[in-house]
Design a protein. Structure first.
Length: 250
Protein backbone atom coordinates (compact mmCIF):
# COMPACT_ATOMS: atom_id res chain seq x y z
CA UNK A 1 0.00 0.00 0.00
CA UNK A 2 1.06 3.59 -0.69
CA UNK A 3 2.00 4.81 2.79
CA UNK A 4 2.28 8.46 1.74
CA UNK A 5 -1.21 8.39 0.23
CA UNK A 6 -2.77 6.66 3.22
CA UNK A 7 -1.09 8.99 5.73
CA UNK A 8 -2.21 12.12 3.85
CA UNK A 9 -5.76 10.84 3.39
CA UNK A 10 -6.01 9.83 7.05
CA UNK A 11 -5.01 13.35 8.11
CA UNK A 12 -7.21 15.00 5.50
CA UNK A 13 -10.13 12.77 6.39
CA UNK A 14 -9.90 13.72 10.06
CA UNK A 15 -9.83 17.41 9.11
CA UNK A 16 -12.91 17.00 6.92
CA UNK A 17 -14.75 14.86 9.46
CA UNK A 18 -14.08 17.38 12.22
CA UNK A 19 -15.17 20.28 10.06
CA UNK A 20 -18.47 18.62 9.15
CA UNK A 21 -19.08 17.68 12.79
CA UNK A 22 -18.59 21.33 13.76
CA UNK A 23 -20.75 22.48 10.83
CA UNK A 24 -23.65 20.40 12.10
CA UNK A 25 -23.45 22.30 15.40
CA UNK A 26 -22.98 25.66 13.65
CA UNK A 27 -26.05 25.55 11.39
CA UNK A 28 -29.10 27.32 12.83
CA UNK A 29 -32.42 28.63 11.49
CA UNK A 30 -32.06 32.16 10.10
CA UNK A 31 -28.65 31.57 8.48
CA UNK A 32 -28.27 32.00 4.73
CA UNK A 33 -26.61 29.35 2.60
CA UNK A 34 -23.96 31.88 1.53
CA UNK A 35 -23.24 32.73 5.18
CA UNK A 36 -22.66 29.03 5.91
CA UNK A 37 -20.50 28.66 2.80
CA UNK A 38 -18.29 31.58 3.90
CA UNK A 39 -17.85 29.99 7.35
CA UNK A 40 -16.89 26.67 5.75
CA UNK A 41 -14.34 28.31 3.44
CA UNK A 42 -12.70 30.10 6.35
CA UNK A 43 -12.59 26.88 8.38
CA UNK A 44 -10.96 24.90 5.55
CA UNK A 45 -8.18 27.47 5.32
CA UNK A 46 -7.81 27.70 9.12
CA UNK A 47 -7.42 23.93 9.34
CA UNK A 48 -4.65 23.88 6.73
CA UNK A 49 -6.54 22.34 3.81
CA UNK A 50 -7.61 23.48 0.33
CA UNK A 51 -11.15 24.01 -0.97
CA UNK A 52 -11.28 21.30 -3.63
CA UNK A 53 -14.19 22.76 -5.60
CA UNK A 54 -12.02 25.76 -6.50
CA UNK A 55 -9.94 23.43 -8.66
CA UNK A 56 -12.78 22.16 -10.85
CA UNK A 57 -12.60 22.95 -14.57
CA UNK A 58 -16.27 23.97 -14.45
CA UNK A 59 -15.94 26.05 -11.29
CA UNK A 60 -18.46 25.44 -8.53
CA UNK A 61 -19.74 28.65 -6.90
CA UNK A 62 -18.91 27.73 -3.32
CA UNK A 63 -16.76 25.74 -0.91
CA UNK A 64 -19.51 23.23 -0.05
CA UNK A 65 -22.65 21.86 -1.72
CA UNK A 66 -25.79 22.85 0.20
CA UNK A 67 -28.95 21.04 -0.96
CA UNK A 68 -32.22 22.02 0.72
CA UNK A 69 -35.52 20.10 0.70
CA UNK A 70 -36.30 19.03 -2.93
CA UNK A 71 -32.66 19.66 -3.88
CA UNK A 72 -30.77 16.35 -3.97
CA UNK A 73 -27.08 17.10 -4.54
CA UNK A 74 -24.64 19.73 -5.85
CA UNK A 75 -26.67 22.59 -4.40
CA UNK A 76 -24.97 25.89 -5.21
CA UNK A 77 -24.97 28.16 -2.11
CA UNK A 78 -27.63 30.87 -2.52
CA UNK A 79 -29.19 33.69 -0.52
CA UNK A 80 -31.88 31.31 0.78
CA UNK A 81 -32.43 31.64 4.54
CA UNK A 82 -32.70 28.29 6.31
CA UNK A 83 -35.86 27.68 8.31
CA UNK A 84 -36.56 25.27 11.16
CA UNK A 85 -37.66 21.97 9.68
CA UNK A 86 -35.75 22.34 6.42
CA UNK A 87 -33.89 19.27 5.28
CA UNK A 88 -30.37 20.19 4.26
CA UNK A 89 -27.60 18.02 2.81
CA UNK A 90 -23.97 19.14 2.96
CA UNK A 91 -21.40 17.59 0.60
CA UNK A 92 -17.76 18.59 0.67
CA UNK A 93 -14.35 17.69 -0.73
CA UNK A 94 -11.05 19.02 0.58
CA UNK A 95 -7.48 18.61 -0.61
CA UNK A 96 -4.69 17.99 1.88
CA UNK A 97 -1.05 17.19 1.10
CA UNK A 98 -2.02 16.49 -2.51
CA UNK A 99 -4.87 14.06 -1.79
CA UNK A 100 -8.64 14.46 -1.71
CA UNK A 101 -11.24 13.26 0.79
CA UNK A 102 -15.01 13.54 0.37
CA UNK A 103 -17.93 13.30 2.79
CA UNK A 104 -21.59 14.29 3.10
CA UNK A 105 -24.40 14.27 5.65
CA UNK A 106 -28.05 15.27 5.81
CA UNK A 107 -29.70 16.99 8.77
CA UNK A 108 -32.88 18.81 9.79
CA UNK A 109 -32.40 22.50 10.56
CA UNK A 110 -33.41 23.26 14.14
CA UNK A 111 -33.00 19.67 15.30
CA UNK A 112 -34.75 16.41 14.51
CA UNK A 113 -37.94 17.44 16.33
CA UNK A 114 -38.35 20.30 13.85
CA UNK A 115 -38.68 17.96 10.88
CA UNK A 116 -41.45 15.65 9.77
CA UNK A 117 -41.35 11.97 10.79
CA UNK A 118 -41.01 10.98 7.12
CA UNK A 119 -37.92 13.14 6.65
CA UNK A 120 -36.38 11.90 9.90
CA UNK A 121 -36.94 8.34 8.76
CA UNK A 122 -35.47 9.02 5.30
CA UNK A 123 -32.28 10.34 6.87
CA UNK A 124 -32.05 7.43 9.30
CA UNK A 125 -32.58 4.80 6.58
CA UNK A 126 -30.07 6.44 4.25
CA UNK A 127 -27.47 6.55 7.03
CA UNK A 128 -28.15 2.85 7.67
CA UNK A 129 -27.67 2.17 3.94
CA UNK A 130 -24.27 3.90 4.11
CA UNK A 131 -23.33 1.77 7.13
CA UNK A 132 -24.43 -1.37 5.27
CA UNK A 133 -22.27 -0.47 2.27
CA UNK A 134 -19.25 0.31 4.45
CA UNK A 135 -19.65 -2.99 6.33
CA UNK A 136 -19.11 -4.89 3.07
CA UNK A 137 -15.71 -3.29 2.40
CA UNK A 138 -12.71 -5.61 2.61
CA UNK A 139 -10.21 -7.13 0.18
CA UNK A 140 -11.77 -9.51 -2.34
CA UNK A 141 -15.23 -7.93 -2.22
CA UNK A 142 -16.91 -6.84 -5.47
CA UNK A 143 -18.32 -3.35 -5.91
CA UNK A 144 -21.60 -5.09 -6.71
CA UNK A 145 -21.64 -6.44 -3.14
CA UNK A 146 -21.47 -2.89 -1.78
CA UNK A 147 -24.13 -1.60 -4.15
CA UNK A 148 -26.44 -4.52 -3.36
CA UNK A 149 -26.11 -3.88 0.39
CA UNK A 150 -26.92 -0.18 -0.01
CA UNK A 151 -29.83 -0.83 -2.35
CA UNK A 152 -31.36 -3.48 -0.08
CA UNK A 153 -31.60 -1.09 2.87
CA UNK A 154 -33.03 1.76 0.78
CA UNK A 155 -35.66 -0.45 -0.88
CA UNK A 156 -36.66 -2.08 2.40
CA UNK A 157 -37.12 1.45 3.72
CA UNK A 158 -39.45 2.23 0.80
CA UNK A 159 -37.21 5.04 -0.44
CA UNK A 160 -36.40 6.00 -4.01
CA UNK A 161 -32.96 4.72 -5.07
CA UNK A 162 -31.03 7.35 -7.03
CA UNK A 163 -29.17 5.60 -9.85
CA UNK A 164 -27.86 8.44 -12.03
CA UNK A 165 -25.47 9.74 -9.34
CA UNK A 166 -22.98 7.30 -7.84
CA UNK A 167 -19.95 7.03 -5.61
CA UNK A 168 -16.39 6.87 -6.91
CA UNK A 169 -12.78 6.12 -6.11
CA UNK A 170 -10.68 9.02 -4.81
CA UNK A 171 -7.06 9.90 -4.11
CA UNK A 172 -4.78 12.09 -6.22
CA UNK A 173 -7.94 13.12 -8.09
CA UNK A 174 -11.37 14.05 -6.75
CA UNK A 175 -13.25 11.53 -8.88
CA UNK A 176 -11.47 8.41 -10.09
CA UNK A 177 -12.71 5.21 -11.71
CA UNK A 178 -14.34 2.87 -11.10
CA UNK A 179 -17.80 4.14 -10.16
CA UNK A 180 -19.36 2.94 -6.89
CA UNK A 181 -23.13 2.63 -7.57
CA UNK A 182 -25.81 2.58 -4.89
CA UNK A 183 -27.27 -0.55 -6.48
CA UNK A 184 -25.79 -3.74 -7.87
CA UNK A 185 -25.54 -7.51 -7.97
CA UNK A 186 -23.42 -9.50 -5.59
CA UNK A 187 -20.32 -11.01 -7.15
CA UNK A 188 -20.16 -8.47 -9.98
CA UNK A 189 -17.83 -5.56 -10.69
CA UNK A 190 -14.36 -4.50 -9.64
CA UNK A 191 -12.73 -6.50 -6.84
CA UNK A 192 -11.38 -4.42 -3.94
CA UNK A 193 -7.74 -4.66 -2.91
CA UNK A 194 -5.75 -3.25 0.04
CA UNK A 195 -4.92 0.43 -0.46
CA UNK A 196 -8.03 1.26 -2.49
CA UNK A 197 -9.83 4.42 -1.34
CA UNK A 198 -13.45 4.86 -2.34
CA UNK A 199 -16.44 7.05 -1.63
CA UNK A 200 -19.70 5.30 -0.78
CA UNK A 201 -22.56 7.78 -1.02
CA UNK A 202 -26.16 6.57 -0.87
CA UNK A 203 -28.74 9.00 -2.26
CA UNK A 204 -32.45 8.51 -1.71
CA UNK A 205 -35.79 10.25 -2.15
CA UNK A 206 -39.16 10.27 -0.45
CA UNK A 207 -40.82 10.11 -3.87
CA UNK A 208 -39.74 8.92 -7.29
CA UNK A 209 -35.97 8.90 -7.83
CA UNK A 210 -35.97 10.88 -11.11
CA UNK A 211 -34.19 14.22 -10.98
CA UNK A 212 -32.76 17.00 -13.12
CA UNK A 213 -30.38 19.97 -12.96
CA UNK A 214 -32.41 23.00 -11.89
CA UNK A 215 -32.77 26.05 -14.07
CA UNK A 216 -31.42 28.32 -11.34
CA UNK A 217 -28.51 29.76 -13.28
CA UNK A 218 -25.88 27.78 -11.35
CA UNK A 219 -25.79 24.79 -13.76
CA UNK A 220 -25.13 22.65 -10.68
CA UNK A 221 -28.11 22.23 -8.34
CA UNK A 222 -29.93 18.90 -8.82
CA UNK A 223 -33.62 18.75 -7.80
CA UNK A 224 -36.19 15.96 -7.61
CA UNK A 225 -38.63 15.95 -10.55
CA UNK A 226 -41.68 15.44 -8.33
CA UNK A 227 -40.65 17.99 -5.69
CA UNK A 228 -40.11 15.35 -3.00
CA UNK A 229 -37.20 15.59 -0.57
CA UNK A 230 -33.84 13.98 -1.33
CA UNK A 231 -31.12 12.69 1.00
CA UNK A 232 -27.35 12.17 0.66
CA UNK A 233 -24.80 10.59 3.04
CA UNK A 234 -21.15 9.78 2.27
CA UNK A 235 -17.81 8.66 3.67
CA UNK A 236 -14.37 8.06 2.20
CA UNK A 237 -13.25 4.52 3.04
CA UNK A 238 -9.83 2.84 2.90
CA UNK A 239 -9.54 -0.87 2.12
CA UNK A 240 -7.07 -2.29 4.66
CA UNK A 241 -5.27 -5.64 4.61
CA UNK A 242 -8.09 -7.29 6.52
CA UNK A 243 -11.07 -4.94 6.36
CA UNK A 244 -11.78 -1.25 6.18
CA UNK A 245 -11.12 2.12 7.78
CA UNK A 246 -13.52 5.05 7.50
CA UNK A 247 -11.24 8.02 6.87
CA UNK A 248 -13.73 10.88 7.17
CA UNK A 249 -14.75 10.39 10.78
CA UNK A 250 -13.81 13.30 13.09
Amino acid sequence: MDKQKISAMREGGKILGGLLRDLKEYVKPGMSEKEIDAWVRAEVVKRGAIVAYDELTEKFPGAICISVNEELVHGAPSDYILEAGDKVSFDMVIKYKGYYTDSAFTMIVGGDKAGSPAVRRMISVTESALDAGISEVRPGVHLGDIGAAVEKVLRQGKLGVIENYVGHFIGKEMHMPPDVPNYGRKGHGYVLKPGDTLCIEPMSSLGKPTNHVADDGSHWTVVMNDGSFGCHCEHTVLVTEDGREVLTLP
